[in-house]
Design a protein around this ligand. Structure first.
Ligand SMILES: [Zn+2]
Length: 77
């Protein structure tokens, strides 16, 4: 099962059907250089597997690691 949180970009969790990039590796264009964007077929496949794994209502959000300041955190006591 792909882990959509393991890589810099969630789509990297699945291999690319277009350029055969392995999970975790960015897409390559036919010249062998890094592609500007991930291939559409890979993005579609990642979306399909994400929905199959997590359900229609799931979303993936980019969360900053580490500490967060809540300016009103002490007001809840
Ligand atoms: Zn690709």
């Amino acid at each position: 099962m792909p882990d959509f949180t393991a890589y810099d970009h969630p789509v990297l969790a699945v291999p690319c059907p277009t350029c055969r990039a392995a999970p975790g590796l960015w897409c390559r264009c036919s010249s062998g250089h890094m592609a500007f964007d991930l291939h559409a077929a890979r993005r579609a496949e990642a979306a399909r597997q994400f929905i199959a794994q997590h359900g229609d209502w799931a979303a993936i959000i980019h969360a900053a690691p580490g500490w967060l300041i809540d300016p009103r955190g002490r007001a809840r006591h």
